[in-house]
Design a protein around this ligand. Structure first.
Ligand SMILES: Nc1ncnc2c1ncn2[C@@H]1O[C@H](COP(=O)(O)OP(=O)(O)OP(=O)(O)O)[C@@H](O)[C@H]1O
Ligand SMILES: [Mg+2]
Ligand SMILES: [Zn+2]
Length: 634
């Protein structure tokens, strides 16, 4: 059934809000609210059937409409299984006991995000948060976790507090939300004090649907007192594995989050992570003191990724890297190097080889680092070479390959870093070019750890990653097993073990020759190999053809728009949206709204400009810069 409105009974605010599905609100005065509320509290046990009649004069609602009730006891939203209908306009309300259905969220998804459907588990997770449940979500990189808290934050109408480890990540998200017409802000200590107090005051008056805070900020003494005055809907903890010492990215500040339950016992808490073993999941639940949480664990099998592991010597590595990059004429790459020196070496090597690349590491000054990151984010340079300092929270969906030049410290770390490839769902390669001596180095570092518990954890991680690299079992399967998932299949058809190494990565004896390999190779043709960008049209992802010149023209338009607004290019639109623009070439705003990723607000901001750019292209305009596709712009 279709729900046309959500009714929120909220005594703390002294009114009943009837939000006509995100439309305007009608406020009903206190006496009504109290009586209705008293009745609701008495009847919270869903099994009892009761009917209740009350004089009610809803001026703005028509007869016979159905509503979902979200009651609140104290501050905590509880789903109430009741339906009520207006028997005749402006008179009697009748209540029935009733299972609360999932509200129809698709119109909101379409209106704000411009997406026509949910990804796996998203709808259930949103439902959980709308129902006021503690929630724990493990979903791989690119699975779409952000939407799972952003959408309920929007629908619930209060303020969701999002804790996230990185300022850049929070800023990106809040910029993207602004472009969708959803009020959001980031509060961090890098803002000047005046700006901080403005945001804090606005937050108190409930102006934001989402407010992003760093864990450090939350730990500050004055923060809790101020938060008590904010009308909070729920807390969302992003990258929640940072709370666990067993996780590969333990952040001591995250431990402060365990105070949340004590300070806000009635508010739902939701934890989100892309990589958590059973152990880490257990830690998350325990540290945050989640109570009977709804748990959602998506599969760790990311079918669009191809894992290719190759042991090599130090002499071979650069050559293999060059071959690998040369084999992908299009799209973006991240190369992970183990040390700052190696980062610099590799950049130098690649530039000499004619492949423009930029560096990213902790010893560069902040401005240079930021500039390199931006040049890569905006597609000016295709290849970024970084230490592991790069990437947490990097929100670029169209990375076509991630290449590691040494063994990471753990399978989780590898899964997360490699997982930055293909977040848009199109196919991508994850290459691990490791050397024997990596294992010795990892062992050496582990040996140096003083704390005995930490040392033990480190040895465990060491054995797991070394087994992973040396094993002759399907890589995808190993990853799944590592995270406690038992796949029903034994072979994935897209890893070096199941399909052999591709020619450009293998020595003659290693090239996959079996029938299975041949079949797999046919089924997993990489988009990057289907064409080399020189033809008049190319096919990517969804097989529809489009003009590469148009793509380049729109990319240039997007870069300019992003610079004007001081945001990253993907904040304007993702590559997937850009490619769809090329395919559909909308001529009107309604046509533009059919392009995935264009909600109402975005169409309002950019619609006319994009349509005008498409007209200019048809009239002969072309990108001015040297094509980035050929990698010549540096
Ligand atoms: N229902 C949907 N339909 C289409 N695209 C979607 C949908 N949900 C999310 N996306 C897109 O998927 C991409 C990844 O989403 P998101 O950043 O939320 O991933 P994530 O799970 O948080 O990953 P990470 O672990 O890397 O932070 C984004 O480009 C997002 O816009
Ligand atoms: Mg995320
Ligand atoms: Zn496999």
């Amino acid at each position: 059934m279709r729900i046309s409105a959500i009714l929120i009974v909220d005594l703390s605010r002294n009114y009943i809000v009837i939000s006509r599905y995100l439309g305007e609100r009608n406020r009903y005065p206190q006496p009504h609210a109290t009586r209705l509320y008293a009745w609701l509290v008495q009847n919270l046990e869903p099994q009892r059937t009761q009917s209740y009649t009350e004089e009610f004069t809803p001026s703005a609602v028509e007869a016979d409409q159905c509503f979902t009730l979200l009651g609140t006891t104290g501050n905590r939203a509880v789903p109430i299984r009741i339906r009520f209908r207006f028997v005749s306009p402006g008179s009697i309300v009748t209540f029935y006991t009733w299972q609360m259905p999932e509200p129809d969220l698709l119109p909101t998804l379409q209106q704000y995000w411009g997406y026509s459907s949910f990804r796996p588990l998203q709808e259930q997770i949103v439902g959980s948060l709308l129902g006021g449940h503690d929630t724990c979500v493990v979903m791989p990189t690119g699975g779409g976790k952000s939407l799972c808290y952003q959408l309920p934050a929007l629908v619930l109408g209060k303020t969701a507090i999002v804790i996230s480890p990185l300022i850049a990540l929070m800023q990106d998200q809040s910029a993207q939300l602004a472009q969708m017409g959803i009020p959001a802000a980031v509060l961090n200590s890098s803002l000047d004090p005046g700006e901080q107090s403005r945001i804090m005051a606005k937050a108190r008056s409930g102006e934001y649907r989402l407010l992003y805070l760093s864990p450090e900020r939350l730990a500050r003494e004055d923060t809790i007192g101020w938060l008590r005055g904010v009308p909070i809907s729920f807390f969302a903890i992003d990258e929640a594995h940072c709370i666990s010492e067993w996780g590969h990215e333990f952040r001591p500040e995250y431990r402060q989050l365990s105070r949340l339950r004590a300070y806000f016992p009635d508010l739902p808490l939701a934890a989100f992570t892309a990589s958590a073993t059973r152990r880490v999941r257990h830690d998350i639940l325990q540290q945050l003191q989640l109570s009977n949480p709804h748990r959602y664990i998506a599969s760790f099998h990311r079918k669009n990724l191809r894992y290719l592991l190759r042991e090599c010597t130090g002499y071979e590595q650069n050559g293999l890297l060059a071959r690998a990059l040369g084999n992908y004429p299009d799209g973006n790459a991240i190369v992970y190097a183990p040390t700052i020196r190696r980062v610099e070496e590799v950049v130098e090597f690649l530039v000499e080889e004619g492949t423009p690349a930029v560096a990213y590491h902790g010893k560069m000054d902040a401005a240079a680092r930021r500039q390199n990151q931006e040049r890569w984010m905006s597609d000016e340079v295709r290849v970024l070479v970084g230490t592991i300092a790069f990437g947490l929270g990097i929100n670029k969906a169209s990375v076509r390959r991630v290449i590691h030049l040494s063994l990471p410290k753990s399978v989780e770390q590898y899964y997360q870093e490699a997982g930055r490839a293909g977040r848009d769902g199109d196919s991508a390669d994850c290459l691990l070019l490791w050397q024997k001596r990596d294992t010795a180095l990892l062992a050496h570092f582990t040996n140096q750890i003083q704390d005995s518990a930490e040392k033990e954890r480190s040895w465990q991680r060491y054995h797991q990653i070394v087994d992973f690299a040396q094993s002759k079992h399907c890589r995808h399967r190993q990853v799944c097993l590592h995270f406690g998932e038992t796949p029903k299949w034994a072979s994935c058809g897209s890893c070096d073990v199941c399909s052999g190494l591709p020619e450009w990565l293998a020595t003659a004896s290693e090239i996959g020759t079996s029938e299975a390999n041949r079949v797999a190779a046919v089924h997993t043709r990489r988009p990057a190999q289907q064409s080399v960008g020189s033809g008049s049209t190319r096919s990517i992802g969804q097989n529809a053809k489009f003009d590469p010149e148009l793509r380049e023209y729109l990319r240039e338009w997007r870069r300019t728009a992003a610079k004007e607004q001081g945001v990253a290019a993907f904040v304007i639109m993702h590559d997937t949206a850009l490619d769809e623009l090329c395919r559909k070439q909308p001529k009107t705003i309604p046509e533009l709204l059919n392009v995935s990723g264009f909600g109402l607000k975005k169409a309002e901001i950019y619609g006319k400009k994009i349509i005008a750019a498409l007209v200019r292209f048809r009239e002969g305009a072309r990108a001015k810069g040297v094509s980035t596709e050929s990698g010549l712009r540096t």
